[in-house]
Ligand binder design. Sequence first.
Ligand code: PMP
Ligand code: GLN
Length: 400
Amino acid sequence: MCKGSFLRLFDRVIALGFVFSNMIKSKLPQVSDSIFTTMSRLAQKYDALNLSQGFPSFPVDPVLKSLHQEAIGQDQNQYAPMAGLPKLRIKLSQMTQEQHGAFYDPDTEICLTAGATQGIFSAIQATVHQGDEVILFTPAYDCYAPAVELAGGKVIAIPMQVPEFTIDWEQVERQVSDRTRMIIINSPHNPSGNMLTQQDMLALQEIVLRHQLYVLSDEVYEYIAFDGRTHYSAAAFEGLRERSFVTGSFGKTFHVTGWKMGYCLAPKAMMQEFFKVHQYVVYCVNRPVQQAIAQYLKQPERYTELGKYYQRKRDLFLNLINESRFKYVPTHGSYFQLLDYSAISEEGDVDFAKRLTRDHKIAGIPISVFMDGNDPKMLRFCFAKEDEELVQAATILNRL
Ligand code: PMP
Ligand code: GLN
């Protein structure tokens, strides 16, 4: 080998060594793009109807939009107080009192967050220590497990009972160990739409009090409940209220998922720890959005009528696909409907979802990704869509 080419080879080896030595050691090695990103990207690529990622396709109420513009026009454009605008915290306190008969002190027990996601993340970071175990139920929304792992905790996943997506509380009791710190619940549930009953909440309360655990209650679909069902918040049960973080999302309630505005409620001692994380994750959240929402909340029908609004959409969608080969149980809450496709295909749900998107121009979410690969052959479809889109979706689904 001549001297020149030896030097070029040497340079390459050095460069490669440099690349490897600079490769970051991942804290979440098994995490890649979320299924929502993946399916929305595919829907775009194949110009498919996107019923995958959960967001409304219809326009936002013009009143809410102009309240936001007004807030910006009034120069509500600098940092908000760390916990959020006092008038919005007061309003949230009143709403929780009215809805669940529970009082949260607006000064010390309520925090506005950047979507429910940041509330969930901060609550977990504030509570879970290295080696702690956190129980969650699969299928589980995708942001819980990575937050637990980043805190050094260990996820204990308990499968829900398919196809009703219920929880076996005796199994939960058996899974509690000396290391269990927290139980995460989500009702109305994404992706199944199932809702925890009063008996579920009482069973949870017993376990939580017996073992002195904390609860993270993800209630982002709190106002989207169907067929006269009651949403039982953790706030409504005295024993749970004392040990729970309750998270909510105005993005879901007011069709503004892109505004990323949520909140967290917790008793004072827990909220003190939450604030310590919150102030260094984000410090405070979007002020003009808070100002607009505080005004908009003055008319309670804007949230209390939401269940009725989405029930009509659910019924429209289900009536339209009634003759299809999909099997389903009408969803109890949330804006998601699971459809069982086992009479149509034997493919795994990820392959089936991708094929539907590519060949039939409709995107849904395969739910096995939320349940450690277990595949009950169901796809999740979001019906927070314009009626015409639901008609188009049904036309496609009926052909399969
Ligand atoms: N929890 C569940 C169950 C969800 O479906 C979502 C998605 N919106 C979130 C939390 C996150 O809510 P946000 O968009 O307000 O962060
Ligand atoms: N919550 C939305 C859903 O379940 C997704 C939000 C996101 O993309 N992270 O579809």
